[in-house]
Write a protein that binds this ligand. Structure first.
Ligand code: TEU
Ligand code: CA
Length: 550
């Protein structure tokens, strides 16, 4: 397999609003990120993915951009950004920008002009349609509730917005618009940024005629007919001229389809974020309703993506981000076994095939917030859902229970730095409440405890650097049908490692497969005290993880 720096890297995702507030206004900012670079260096990550920091009215916390070439007021200014980039590079850390070009803010000057008159040159940068018999132009729904169309009084027609009405979709059919986007990308790359995480990139292309969705939007506004043309053009115009990393956020992409986007011969992207794992416990009709998951399904997803991309392209590994509940709350056990289960899940993400992503706070085992009042929530998706369900007459208590488990705000509470007021995130009132468990879950106490989740991550990252088998080795699943244990062997030339993960809170036995029984076992990492004595069977404690070199 071809060697690439982005295959060997570990990425750390920062949600700047909630990372560290350097100037006491309750909002995280770029100088706050600079102050914490040494912490990230100590953890050992190679790349930071910065969630959007561009000018924005913050209808969707920066995913609604009003000026791509300027910094959000609350986060600082371009000098701060330039310093951040320099300081990160000085420490050998790369910076990945969030590229949000499926839509802009409605306050972007392109949209302001476009909405002013049917004859404005910017009109065609967006997607406008007349109503049908006094109704919406078609049946498309916004991801954040209601129709995807908003009426514009002035020009007496509708514009498309797949997210909030303050996030109008760009018209990728328009070549001038595309050229301006590529120019803007080069503006950032010429500053020296190291790549892009591309927000819903597979939504750019919309099917001609904008037909109604019948079963699902695949091929209509997701993975639309021209999507590969656009990404190839972007590669040709932009990517190929730089040594960068690209990762596309890709809802509704199957493992079969993925090689078309990330195939090494395709000249499109380095990797994507697929949603199969993130959707695993979602009720298909309502993601706020969670259904139980089984280990079998998790294994199937990991294995299928491994096999379908094998020798073709690369994958990304993550179990949470700024849109998802906290990983330890969702896939682990944030009550009795928070530390053990957080480490076990980390072991999977850092020893499987693909580039691991750490979402801020994951490395200290931060949990869901479980806020009890709707007034504690800030996220537009959550608030829209609440209002919609109240209108439908659903009991408030039921709605709040769903929100507690699923809301994106679970991942957006401030980073917990220490046990002082507001978790050391700010000395003002934070824009969103801190999780009350900051008293004992925080960076300071993690750094003081040799057995903390933090040091476990540090060690995993180091192991990856020292053992190329973890990056480039083949993978073989063991005990495919075991309901409790996820186990596999990684192999590169004569190097082999065995990963054993107990996914639940019960003790289970793991029998060493015949062909490994005579090997010498050396424990590389584990989340419990163990000696190197490996007999035929291993009794695994709750959420136990072990990685052996054979
Ligand atoms: O998310 C894209 C997306 O598909 C969302 O519907 C996401 O799945 C949802 O938030 C989960 O419920 C991206 C960004 O990551 C998200 O923060 C933005 O709100 C969205 O695009 C619009 O830019
Ligand atoms: Ca601030």
């Amino acid at each position: 397999m071809k060697k690439e720096w982005w295959k060997e890297a570990v990425v750390y995702q920062i949600y700047p609003r909630s990372f560290y507030d350097s100037n006491g206004d309750g909002i995280g900012d770029l100088n706050g990120v600079i102050e914490k670079l040494d912490y990230l260096k100590f953890l050992g990550v190679d790349v930071i993915w910065l969630c959007p920091i561009y000018k924005s009215p913050n209808d969707d916390n920066g995913y609604d951009i009003s000026d791509y070439k300027n910094i959000m007021d609350e986060f600082g200014n371009m000098d701060d950004f330039d310093r951040l980039l320099k300081e990160a590079h000085n420490r050998g850390i790369k910076i990945l920008m969030d590229l949000v070009v499926n839509h802009t803010s409605d306050e972007h000057e392109w949209f302001v002009k476009a909405a002013s008159s049917k004859y404005n040159p910017y009109r065609d940068y967006y997607i406008w349609r007349e109503g049908k018999n006094g109704q919406y132009p078609n049946n498309w729904k916004s991801f954040f509730g209601g129709s995807a169309w908003e009426y514009n009084e002035k020009t007496e027609d509708y514009y498309l917005h797949l997210f909030t009405k303050k996030q109008p979709d760009l018209n990728w059919e328009n070549e001038n618009m595309r050229r301006e986007i590529y120019k803007m990308m080069k503006f950032w790359l010429d500053k020296g940024v190291d790549g892009f995480r591309m927000d819903v990139f597979n939504f750019y292309s919309k099917k001609e005629g904008l037909p109604d969705v019948v079963d699902n939007p695949d091929g209509i506004y997701i993975n639309g007919p021209k999507i590969h043309d656009y990404i190839k053009e972007m590669h040709e115009e932009v990517f190929q001229h730089y040594d960068i990393m690209t990762v596309g956020e890709a809802p509704c992409v199957s493992s079969k389809m993925a090689p078309l986007y990330v195939g090494e011969d395709r000249k499109e992207l380095n990797m994507i974020f697929h949603f199969e794992l993130m959707d695993i416990s979602n009720d298909p009709k309502d993601k706020f309703i969670k259904v139980p998951w089984e280990l079998k399904d998790i294994k199937d997803i990991f294995m299928r993506w491994y096999e379908d991309l094998k020798d073709k392209g690369w994958n990304s590994l993550f179990m949470n981000n700024h849109d998802q509940p906290r990983m330890v709350s969702r896939f682990g056990n944030d009550k009795e076994y928070r530390v053990e289960s957080a480490k076990m899940l980390a072991t999977l993400l850092h020893t499987f095939v693909g580039t691991p992503y750490i979402y801020q706070g994951e490395e200290i085992g931060m949990t869901n917030a479980y806020f009890e009042n709707i007034s504690d929530y800030r996220d537009v998706e959550t608030l829209n859902y609440y209002n919609e369900k109240i209108k439908e007459g659903i009991d408030e208590e039921i709605i709040l229970k769903r929100i507690q488990i699923t809301s994106r705000d679970n991942a957006r509470t401030p980073m917990q730095w220490d046990n002082s007021e507001n978790a050391g995130f700010t000395n003002a009132t934070p824009w969103i409440n801190v999780n009350p468990n900051y008293k004992y879950i925080n960076v300071k106490s993690a750094l003081e405890d040799r057995n903390s989740i933090f040091y476990y991550y540090q060690k995993l990252i180091k192991l990856r650097k020292e053992n190329s088998v973890i990056v480039y080795g083949d993978l073989n699943l063991i005990y495919k049908d075991d309901k409790n244990i996820f186990s596999y062997v990684r192999k590169l030339e004569d190097k082999e490692i065995l990963v054993i993960l107990n996914f639940f809170d019960k003790e289970v036995e793991f029998e060493i497969p015949q062909k490994y029984k005579n090997k010498k076992f050396e424990l590389l990492i584990g989340n419990y005290e163990t000696d190197n004595q490996v007999k035929n069977k291993i009794k695994l404690r709750p959420y136990e993880a072990r990685v052996y070199s054979l």
